[in-house]
Write a protein that binds this ligand. Sequence first.
Ligand code: FAD
Length: 624
Amino acid sequence: MPTITTTHELTCDVLVAGGGAAGVPCALAAARHGARVMLCQDRSVLGGNASSEVRMHIVGANAHGSFDRGKELQTEAREGGIIEEIRLENCVRNPQRSASMFDLILYEKCRAEPNLTLMLNTAVTGVEMDGGRIERVVAERQSTEDRFLIRAKAFIDCTGDGRLGVEAGAAFMEGRENREQFSESLAPQQADKCRLGSTILMQARRHEQSMPFVAPPWARKFSREELKLRLYAVPGEEEPTHEYGYWWAEWGGTLDTIKDNELIRDELLAIVLGIWDHVKNASPDDDPFEASHWALDWFGFLPGKRESRRFIGQHILTQQDVLTSRLFEDAIAYGGWSLDLHPPGGVDAPDKPPCEQHPVPCLYDIPLACCISRDVRNLMFAGRNISATHVAFSSTRVMATCAAIGQGVGTAAAFAATRGLEAADLPADGDTMQAIQQCLMRDDALLIGCVNEDPQDLARTANITATSEVSGGEALQVISGQTRGIHGERGAPPGRSIPATHRWMSNPADGFPVAIQLDWPNAIEPHELQLIFDTGLHRHLTLSHHNGYTARMHWGRPQPETVRDYTVEVLTDEEWIRLIEVSGNYQRRRTHGLDTSSRFTALRVTVEATNGLDHARICEVRVY
Ligand SMILES: Cc1cc2nc3c(=O)[nH]c(=O)nc-3n(C[C@H](O)[C@H](O)[C@H](O)COP(=O)(O)OP(=O)(O)OC[C@H]3O[C@@H](n4cnc5c(N)ncnc54)[C@H](O)[C@@H]3O)c2cc1C
């Protein structure tokens, strides 16, 4: 039969399937480390559950609510690296908290990378194997009637559902393991196929006049009794808020969240509209929710999916690994969200709270071995489908953790692809793992207990002074090896962090400008300067459509601690030359090419202003 579909044969180094919370940082990291990357994303926007199609807010190891993990200079648990770069960009350029602006920022980040080919509306649907390796993936773009056969060295499944890996025959787990299987006290006695359910979110807006809501006839009817354990829908339970709901409108956990997805979507629409009907119309004679002037503005048609398949990797992360912060030599990321289990029945289990959160005492390692298939040698994965039990997954699944994993896996994949190594061999290759970890730290990723040992970094050999400093914030702190404090309460496990501020801090009494200077005994000829600024990693920072949560952040403006205006000068032949002048900075990690034709013996960073703080702070200076 003739076909109208055009087939294209393409080649890259690293193929990333799925452009969600994990896939975008994964593709960016691999591309930034020299791999030619193709990112296939089946939807027209990037971001997965954080995109405008679902609108879940990104949280991570700093947790929140009663499990909040954050104290200035002591427990700075918010993720660094690419997800921080994205959050800061979004925070400053999207004060209006538009979901579409977030899509745009992800899209821009991908388009800006010369090594990255972004293929939107392109679903990976099959693979061609060569023994125990993937040779090519088959990807389809229905909108243009195109079919792609993409050859790569490493393949990374960031699809959430694991379509690429399953097509390759990689082993996976579904449902809940029993308590004995991995000695997990939080697992059920009997294994089952139940999983966390899916949710459709909504947004509402307050109007000047009263706004009616007519529910479709198929919307569910909810009584007050049925919602008694669900916040926001019960007057008086919490400050009434209608602008963003309802993460607990969960359903489908007893079904197959892949095969039954269409049925789940229909029922979730009936549920979310039914809850809104309850809020708007449950009491015709009064307005217990003060919702009369509120009207639905948006609700999704794409179920936000929490759980489907989890691959079996070289290691399976367990409850014990998470709760004891087990040390992994091949760590590429960390987590810290609580073990967050939900009743599979969702809203059909009204007598059970919508989630049961078990605190995770300290930050914990996520090893690369959890991100490499047990059976397919060049298959890696990142995101909610990594190799973890249902219980451990309930913590690793949050999006900033997925993003940190994505950056780690993307970096490792680039190492493998550009050095002729096989992904499957990386975790046991100590030297390569150490190089990957050093590379991740240079890119501002936190790895618990690891410090900068990069022999190429010339800052580590400099004599460092400042025109102003405070006790504990001495200039030398910029080469302490860590770029944040994690020694505080609920930070790193005991013995795996260095208690210090890990940043130069000038004395507020000295005002601005203040400068930090690096001197070398012999002239050097470096090509790059990297600065890590303070962006308040002890605080929350995420695009949320929830006003109360946003009020706890510095949203819509740069973080006050961050250096705003600075200059960089170098000393050549007894003469200071100004090489760099920056104004309006709001990013944490800044790299600058040092375009100097002559060698120099000193480098000076002068801070002219911050974004609000009364003194200068620089967490790290690296010179290459
Ligand atoms: C209702 C709900 C509430 C949640 N609450 C939070 C929260 O408050 N904070 C938080 O951080 N996390 C939360 N989570 C968890 C979090 O959203 C997920 O665990 C996370 O999104 C997983 O990231 P991921 O990149 O692995 O997958 P996803 O975000 O699902 O992204 C996968 C991407 O791959 C694409 N894709 C799928 N198949 C293919 C294919 N074959 N080819 C190409 N592309 C494909 C998808 O379209 C999608 O864009 C919640 C989840 C849900 C559903």
